[in-house]
Design a protein around this ligand. Structure first.
Ligand code: F6R
Length: 264
């Protein structure tokens, strides 16, 4: 687990976008795992500015609300179209978002897993983190072996996301279809981005606390290739922050990115 602490949220978003862009340059037919939410909006805006070639890129989104069809303004399909896909040359037949309106969610989940497998697995999975410590919509006590399936959302998560439903809690769906923690852990590389003070406590629990299903994001601790990109606010409760700053300043792996971060 490598943790990079950036001076500002904008720098953290740039660094995340740059990492993805560089992975795409080195593997033009890359399979990306994508996330939605407020944090990622800024990453996608910056990724668009990189003007990369998406023509051979395949994508799999982490999750979708159950009951919202693709055209619903708050569906994650629509989010992805608006925030990223409409602005790049991706072939929409290479785009996968779980079907929130599937008649048989179990079967749709099985097919989603199969599609990931048939694509050769996910090369890089982008992750945000929710207030409950969820990755995807894996709420507390999701099994680390879980696969794509439907999940009831906690009230904390529904509250967290109600701003995207004009503040109307009743409009936030009760359930979602989400990749499992086990599915996420199979991606070859994970990049988790968190910004803002409201993420500080859960980030400290996830990265420095015990590995526990009570905090799904703590599962990233057992992934062999995982980068955590934070701004100062999100990193503010980490006890090991100074070590991570020093490590970023010295580790040759970050040579190409150091100026971007330090000079921001
Ligand atoms: C959504 C997803 C979620 C979000 C998390 C943080 O696809 O995977 O885990 O990343 O809820 O959301 P924001 O960025 O809105 O705080």
């Amino acid at each position: 687990m490598e943790i990079v602490i950036c001076p500002k949220s904008e720098t953290a978003e740039w660094l995340t976008a740059k990492l993805i862009s560089d992975r795409m340059k080195s593997k033009p037919d890359i399979t990306l795992g994508l996330a939605t939410g407020r944090t990622m909006e800024h990453v996608y805006a910056k990724l668009i500015a990189e003007k990369d070639d998406f023509s051979r890129v395949k994508t799999f989104n982490l999750d979708e609300y159950i009951g919202l069809d693709r055209e619903h303004p708050q569906s994650y399909w629509r989010y992805m179209i608006e925030k990223l896909f409409a602005h790049v040359n991706i072939d929409l037949s290479n785009v996968h978002v779980p079907d929130g309106c599937a008649e048989d969610v179990k079967e749709a989940s099985k097919q989603y897993e199969l599609a990931i497998k048939n694509a050769g697995g996910i090369d890089v999975q982008l992750l945000g983190i929710g207030r409950t410590g969820h990755i995807g919509f894996n709420e507390p006590q999701s099994s680390f072996a879980s696969r794509t399936r439907d999940k009831v959302l906690t009230q904390t998560t529904r509250e967290q996301n109600k701003s995207m439903f004009e503040g109307d809690l009743d409009a936030v769906p009760e359930r979602a279809i989400t990749m499992g923690v086990g599915t996420i852990l199979e991606a070859r590389e994970l990049i988790l981005l968190a910004t803002g003070k409201e993420k500080a406590k859960i980030i400290a629990q996830a990265l420095e606390g015990p590995i526990s299903s009570m905090v799904s994001a703590s599962a990233v601790q057992i992934h062999p290739l995982c980068k955590i990109i934070l701004d100062e606010d999100a990193a503010s409760e980490l006890t090991q922050a100074d070590y991570h700053r020093r490590s970023f300043a010295i580790d040759p792996e970050w040579d190409a990115y150091r100026d971007l971060v330090m000079k921001s």
